[in-house]
Write a protein that binds this ligand. Structure first.
Ligand SMILES: [Zn+2]
Length: 395
């Protein structure tokens, strides 16, 4: 991978480039970032640059034999270690090397920008606790004392180093390697959770902190990558908390749906509270409702309509789920969880009236009605309808 393809600030790239060009490469480094930062890509680009036979001041050449092997993630002196677990295919003695095929695939598919969840899904081990276990540590200790096959530097990239199984004393086993590596060796430990690393390990590592982009830079990047406009990009930055993995792997429609889902849940929660706690005003969270209504009122007509249409589809999903036809309902996992809990409140008793209320709101948006009044009315009406549909209150 070239530095040019890594989505981090130029400043941090330059810092790493300088260590190579001024021969100040620390043999053990900790790349620390928050989730959704291109740290793995940066680590690969750095290792490639260090071993490139024809590097320039700013990047690897991309075409020398070392670069080509790095490009295919097939350099014999490049080792990857990452969380893993037993799978349907690898039933025991699992280690990172058992999954190099999948590892190369996910890096190629995502340009090395993916989350631990994405990796767990790739291996279909969502229900397990993947870790870097004893076989991996044994392999590191073994490979560390062997001479490089052809490169100047052997490189060990340990992704999600916080998943090293410290309970088994494995962190301690690594310490000596990190302190006195044989020959030209570079360890890059990548972590998103420094708290879970042993302090003794941290103290042996050169810290390289990789910050998220600020919102403006993030939005510029997203505008470029997703082809959206600047306002949308700012909105995506806000929804994803400047997380590049989330922003680049969801399409725009999904992102906006996710946002509409959050609004809908918040609207239904407000409606629910109003209808159940009006006898006990202390418990009514009116400030939250006021914030919600204000934010809906400020959306602008097109987004208000898009939100209300989305609300209609979720109401229909509730009705389908209630009638036992949940297999017909296509939902995101977030929606599915919510539907299980909330769908009983929208049923044969009130379903038509809820649909009517939302359709009426759409008509009023089109008629340019006062949005504050319109959404306040809608939340209050939904509150009454939820109460009407609650079977616990029916005689
Ligand atoms: Zn090269």
């Amino acid at each position: 991978m070239l530095f040019a393809d890594v989505l981090v600030s130029q400043q941090i790239k330059q810092l790493l480039i300088n260590t190579v060009n001024h021969q100040r490469v620390s043999h053990a480094q900790l790349f620390l970032s928050q989730p959704g930062v291109h740290s793995l890509g940066l680590a690969i680009a750095y290792a490639q640059y260090l071993n490139c036979q024809n590097r320039t001041e700013t990047d690897s050449c991309g075409v020398c034999s070392s670069c080509l092997k790095y490009k295919n993630l097939a350099h014999p002196d490049l080792y990857f270690f990452f969380p893993n677990a037993t799978t349907a295919k690898v039933k025991k003695d699992n280690e990172s090397a058992s999954f190099y095929k999948e590892w190369r695939e996910i890096i190629t598919e995502t340009n090395a920008l993916f989350s631990l969840n994405d990796w767990n899904s790739k291996l279909k081990i969502e229900n397990k606790q993947p870790a870097i276990n004893k076989n991996d540590i044994a392999r590191i200790l073994d490979k560390q004392i062997t001479k490089p096959y052809e490169a100047e530097y052997k490189v060990f990239i340990i992704w999600m180093a916080e998943k090293i199984n410290n309970a088994a004393g494995l962190g301690h086993k690594l310490l000596k390697s990190l302190e006195e590596p044989d020959g030209k060796t570079l360890f890059i430990l990548i972590s998103e959770d420094v708290e879970k690393l042993l302090p003794t390990i941290i103290s042996r590592l050169q810290l390289v902190k990789i910050n998220k982009f600020n919102t403006e830079d993030f939005a510029t990047l997203i505008t470029d990558k997703l082809g959206c406009n600047h306002d949308e990009a700012i909105e995506i930055a806000s929804i994803t908390d400047n997380n590049l993995v989330d922003a680049l792997h969801m399409d725009k429609r999904e992102l906006l749906e996710k946002e509409n889902f959050t609004r809908f849940v918040s609207m239904m929660r407000s409606a629910y509270r109003i209808c159940y706690f009006t006898n006990n005003p202390v418990k009514v969270n009116f400030p939250e409702t006021a914030v919600l209504i204000k934010s809906l009122a400020e959306l602008g007509r097109e987004k208000q309509k898009s939100f209300l249409r989305y609300a209609l589809t979720l109401v229909r999903k509730c009705l389908l789920t209630n009638s036992g036809a949940s297999s017909l309902v296509k939902s995101s996992s977030e929606e599915a969880t919510w539907l299980v809990n909330f769908s009983p409140f929208i049923n044969d008793y009130n379903g038509n009236k809820v649909v009517e209320a939302i359709n009426e709101a759409i008509r009023n948006v089109e008629l340019n009605a006062n949005a504050n009044i319109l959404f306040t009315d809608l939340v209050l009406l939904l509150g009454q309808l939820i109460q009407y549909g609650d079977k616990r209150l029916r005689k």
